[in-house]
Design a protein around this ligand. Structure first.
Ligand SMILES: Nc1ncnc2c1ncn2[C@@H]1O[C@H](COP(=O)(O)OP(=O)(O)OP(=O)(O)O)[C@@H](O)[C@H]1O
Ligand SMILES: [Mg+2]
Length: 316
C-alpha cells in the first residue's frame, strides 16, 4: 500500500479574473521510504499541490475535488482539529522562504519545544532535551537553544526549520525549495544534511526544487509539472537519461551540468500559459517544437510507456 496516494486532485484560486487552475486532476503516489522530486517552471502549481497535502490552501484557494489518501485515510474531508493533530506529527513541511516563518520574538528552542509539546505527551524538561538533540541532528550547536532567529544566518535558520519539521518524527516530509536563495556552500551543506537525515531516519520526502542536480542526488522518482498538471513521471535516472515529453526534454537541457560532455544550453521559448485561460488541447502545444494538429485539439492523457507516465500525443 502506498503511503500517500493523491487522486484526481484539483485546486483552484477563485480570483476576480476567474478561476486560476493551479492544480488540475493530478494523481501521484509515494511509497514508504521513497523520495519524490517535483520540478517545473515557476507558477506551474508545485507549491499549491503540496500545500493541499497540509490542507494549507486558504481563500481564494480551495480544494475543488479529489482525494489525498495518506496511510489509507482521505485527509480532504477531515476536520480542522484532526488536521492540526496530523500536521507536524505525521506530515511536516518546510515552506518556500521558510526562514521568514520563524517567530522573531521567540527563541528557536521555544519554537521547537512548542512543536513537540503540541504533539507529544512529554514533560517540558524532556521537550527541551529533545529540542537540543534536534539542533544537533541538523548540525547546530545545542548550546544555541536560547538564541533568537535574528542571531542566525539564513542557512542556519533553514536548519532550524528542518529541526522543527522533524521534531515529532513525521512520517512524510515535504521540502518546498529548502535551499533556494542561499549561497552555494550553504546549499551543499543543507543537501548533505537532508541526505544524512534521510539515511538516519528513513523519512519519505517530497522535494520541490529548481535545481535539477539536487534532484539527481536526493530523489528516487521525479514528477514534472506543467500548467497545473503532471505531464511526466519516472525514476530519476530514466527521466534524466531518456525524458519523453518535449517539455521535460527542454527543461533538462536548459539546466547546466558541470559533469559530462560540454553541451549547448537551450532555453524554452515563450512562457507558461495563463492558468485562467488555458490553451485548448495540450497546454504545452504553443511552445512545443513538435506540436501537431491533434495537440491543439485534444488533451493528451497520462499513459504508461517504458516505465514512464507521460502525457503527450507523440508517444504511441
Ligand atoms: N493566493 C493566491 N491567489 C491567486 N492565485 C494564486 C495564489 N497562490 C498561487 N496562485 C497562482 O497559482 C499558480 C500556481 O502557483 P504555485 O505557487 O503553486 O506555483 P509554483 O510551481 O510553486 O511556483 P514557484 O516555482 O515560483 O514557487 C500560479 O499561477 C499562481 O499565480
Ligand atoms: Mg512554489
Amino acid at each position: 500500500m502506498a503511503l500517500l496516494s493523491i487522486q484526481d486532485l484539483t485546486v483552484h484560486y477563485f480570483t476576480r479574473k476567474g478561476a486560476v487552475r493551479a492544480v488540475e486532476d493530478v494523481s501521484v503516489e509515494l511509497e514508504q521510504d521513497q523520495t519524490l522530486g517535483l520540478i517545473g517552471e515557476s507558477g506551474c502549481g508545485k507549491s499549491t499541490m503540496v500545500s493541499a497535502l497540509m490542507r494549507f490552501v486558504t481563500p481564494p484557494g480551495r480544494i475543488v475535488s479529489g482525494k489525498i489518501v495518506f496511510k489509507d485515510r482521505d485527509i480532504v474531508p477531515i476536520s480542522d482539529e484532526e488536521m492540526r493533530k496530523l500536521r507536524g506529527k505525521e506530515i511536516a513541511m518546510v515552506f518556500q522562504a521558510a526562514q521568514n516563518a520563524l517567530n522573531p520574538v521567540l527563541t528557536i528552542g521555544k519554537q521547537i519545544v512548542e512543536e513537540i509539546l503540541e504533539h507529544e505527551n512529554v514533560t517540558k524538561e524532556e521537550a527541551w532535551d529533545r529540542a537540543k538533540n534536534q539542533l544537533e541532528l541538523v548540525g547546530l550547536d545545542r548550546n544555541r537553544i536560547k538564541s533568537y532567529p535574528h542571531e542566525f544566518s539564513g542557512g542556519m535558520k533553514q536548519r532550524v526549520m528542518i529541526a522543527i519539521a522533524t521534531a515529532c518524527d513525521p512520517e512524510l516530509l515535504i521540502l518546498d525549495e529548502p535551499v533556494t536563495g542561499l549561497d552555494v556552500i550553504v546549499q551543499r551543506q543543507l543537501l548533505v544534511l537532508i541526505t544524512d537525515l534521510r539515511a538516519k531516519i528513513r523519512l519519505p520526502i517530497i522535494f520541490i526544487t529548481h535545481d535539477l542536480s539536487v534532484i539527481t542526488e536526493t530523489c528516487d522518482n521525479v514528477a514534472v509539472m506543467y500548467a497545473g498538471k503532471i505531464i511526466e513521471e519516472a525514476s530519476t535516472i530514466e527521466l534524466y537519461q531518456e525524458p519523453m515529453h518535449p517539455y521535460s526534454q527542454l527543461l533538462i537541457s536548459s539546466y547546466p551540468s558541470i559533469k559530462g560532455e560540454k553541451r549547448t544550453l537551450k532555453s524554452i521559448p515563450g512562457a507558461p500559459p495563463d492558468l485562467v485561460e488555458l490553451p485548448t488541447g495540450c497546454s504545452f502545444h504553443p511552445r512545443c517544437p513538435y506540436a501537431m494538429d491533434i495537440c491543439r485539439k485534444e488533451e493528451p492523457m497520462l499513459q504508461i510507456m517504458d516505465g514512464h507516465r507521460v502525457a503527450c500525443h507523440l508517444i504511441k
